[in-house]
Design a protein around this ligand. Structure first.
Ligand code: SF4
Length: 631
């Protein structure tokens, strides 16, 4: 059978021995697992023991989606998976940009890295194969400096480079990795796994377009998406204002995380919102491979005291809030500089911001003092500490050493009840969305296998209103009636379950969540057409959603194997208390009993044991996961 849409090759690199091999799975493998986390989880479950995530025996998988690299619109993404050094559970992080498509163009569906190199190295992957090259000169450098050296070393200006900065090298447990200096795999500490392997970067250059079954059909849908995008309100807003639009919207709704989740409104919101950013700092709108939306922000600050280089992109909503309102900071230039530093050092902006806001909350309550912080006055709104704390975290210096191992370790070191101030799930800091205004998001945070994750399923407000774009987008899944954002009953659980399959399917295909449901630029049935056109398979939405469900179930198995259970599917205490400030002051505490019932109902609907959360044998067999029955 022809290999269309996918390349039929999985590249294995053992950094300890330098051994390289290529697996060529059967076509049925691709139809079962598609790509992205489906493929990565298959290999992790088959091969990974219970090693320390930072030990040489750990496995790190880079896997583009099935459609990534084809001309399909809004499909640039790839997944990185390993056991997370932050949570001990599944580590999984998606990013867009151009790196994933380039790997497919070089002829590979995934790269699996094992072992630890004796000295720093980078991988250079082309159509001719892979070379393990010396990165000794690059170790200790930031990502911009590293990119320049790798381009010079390979002689290929068009190479796409996914690498780590000092945060990854210093094994910061929430270190990520960045490609083209702007597209970030932020969550779960996978940059530390790279650092533990002495792997500075994976550079790729592929000169070959990905063969597909019906290129004209894909191009026709891409053309339609390009035109439709211009009049599609949600895509137009994303292009114009980007994700920072959420700052103003959430502040008006009384749910903007502020001062470490103690308030839902921020007096300085207008100063860090999308309008200000667009008017004062935006110099370009960036984008990803074959995507007509181009939602990414590129900012520049020329002020010599706080110079921000545009090659590092610009802050997204999560960054503006985590390093802005949630730390009480309303200086947009400072947040942009903080974003640049996080990209240079490759530390996750969400977890970095949360580490700082947590430390501020501890300081304000007297749990730590200047003596503990090396003289830093960690008060909410103190602009002077932000950049120095980022440096200290990335280099594990000063008080940064206390924060660099993630929230649970930081709370344990501080003691004195500091753990009561944590806002995390499974050891990963909660992203900047408040589940008290969208309870399905709370279920996502609790149930996501990789700790608090705002893209495990779709966000409730899209499905709140009759006739909305979001509701129309999920009609092909059989969701026909609006479900209130605060509902925690069976209809909400079903919505979360179905859209968790949908989001997993997106990840397996490489689809960007901003391009498809619920923003609905690319309807789900168009995705089915795209998969048919790319692969030639006579597929269906049912088959593709099943692949998403399969990936989620494998993730559940992975976590069970590593000791996670129902007690880990929980929410931080703060969300069982009312919001403070703004229009929802004193309201919207999540009902604890209703939430616990909803989690159990999710288990039951997913075919997991309602008490233990273990997928039943029947469910595993139904999904064709026979080889994983029994764990
Ligand atoms: S919508 Fe934005 S993030 Fe998604 S693929 Fe397009 S440009 Fe990239």
């Amino acid at each position: 059978m022809d290999r269309l849409g996918y390349r039929g090759k999985i590249l294995w690199v053992d950094l300890a021995t330098g051994a390289v091999r290529v697996d060529e799975p059967r076509p049925e493998f691709y139809r079962t697992y598609l790509g992205g986390p489906g493929v990565a989880l298959y290999y992790l479950l088959k091969n990974l023991g219970t090693d320390d995530p930072l030990a040489p025996g750990s496995m790190l998988v880079f896997a583009p989606g099935l459609l990534t690299g084809t001309p399909a619109p809004c499909v640039p993404r790839y997944t990185v998976c390993a056991r997370s050094p932050l949570t001990g559970a599944l580590g999984k992080s998606e990013s867009g940009g151009y790196w994933g498509p380039e790997l497919k163009r070089a002829g590979y569906d995934a790269v699996i890295v094992t072992g630890r190199a004796a000295t720093p190295v980078y991988l250079w992957i082309t159509r001719g194969g892979v070379e393990i090259r010396d990165a000794g000169r690059m170790w200790g450098l930031d990502t911009g400096e590293t990119e320049e050296l790798i381009r010079a070393d390979t002689g290929e200006r068009r190479a796409r480079i996914l690498g780590i900065g000092p945060g990854g090298e210093n094994l910061v447990r929430f270190a990520g990795m960045v490609s083209d200096l702007t597209h970030f795999n932020g969550r779960n500490g996978l940059g530390a796994v790279m650092g533990s392997k002495n792997l500075k970067a994976v550079a790729v250059y592929g000169s070959q377009s990905v063969p597909v079954h019906d290129r004209d059909q894909i191009r026709e849908i891409a053309r339609w998406a390009g035109e439709h995008c211009r009049e599609h309100p949600l895509s137009r807003a994303l292009h114009e204002h980007g994700t920072p639009l959420g700052v103003e919207t959430n502040n008006a709704g009384g749910c903007l995380p502020t001062n470490h989740w103690s308030r839902g409104v921020f007096d300085g919101a207008a100063e860090i919102g999308s309008e200000r950013l667009t008017a004062e700092l935006l110099v370009e709108r960036g984008g990803c491979f074959a995507c007509p939306v181009r939602c990414k922000r590129v900012v520049e600050v020329k002020d010599p005291a706080l110079r921000v280089e545009k090659r590092y992109g610009g802050p997204e909503y999560e960054t503006l809030v985590a390093l802005g309102s949630n730390c009480g900071i309303s200086n947009l230039k400072l947040i942009s500089k903080a974003n640049e530093l996080c990209n240079r050092y490759t530390i996750d902006t969400i977890s970095t911001g949360m580490a700082i806001s947590f430390a501020m909350a501890c300081y304000e309550r007297g749990l730590i003092t200047k003596e503990d912080t090396g003289g830093l006055e960690l008060r909410f709104g103190n602009e002077e500490v932000i950049l120095s704390l980022i440096e200290q975290i990335a280099y594990r210096q000063g008080f940064g050493k206390v924060l660099a191992d993630g929230p649970r370790a930081a709370a344990a070191r501080i003691g004195r009840g500091a753990e009561k101030l944590l806002v995390e799930v499974k050891g990963q800091d909660v992203p900047m969305h408040d589940p008290r205004v969208k309870t399905g998001l709370g279920l996502q945070f609790a149930l996501s296998p990789n700790g608090a994750d705002h893209w495990f399923a779709q966000h409730d407000p899209f499905f709140n209103t009759p006739g909305s774009l979001g509701l129309a987008a999920v009609a092909p899944l059989g969701i026909l009636e609006p479900v209130h954002a605060l509902d925690l009953g069976p209809r909400k659980v079903r919505l979360v379950l179905y859209t968790s399959f949908l989001n997993a399917m997106y990840d397996c295909l490489g689809v960007c969540v901003f391009g498809a449901v619920a923003r609905s630029l690319i309807p789900v049935n168009h995705l089915v057409r795209l998969v048919k056109a790319a692969t030639g398979w006579e597929t269906s939405l049912w088959e593709l959603l099943k692949a998403g469900e399969r990936a989620n179930t494998m993730a559940r198995l992975f976590n069970l194997r590593h000791g996670f259970g129902p007690e880990d599917d929980s929410l931080p205490e703060v969300f069982f208390k009312p919001l403070a400030g703004g229009p929802l002051d004193g309201q919207n505490a999540i009902d604890r009993a209703a939430f616990a019932r909803a989690v159990r109902l999710y288990y039951a609907m997913a075919g997991w044991d309602a008490e233990t959360g273990v997928p039943t044998q029947g469910k595993l067999l139904e999904l064709g996961l026979d080889e994983f029955v029994g764990g």
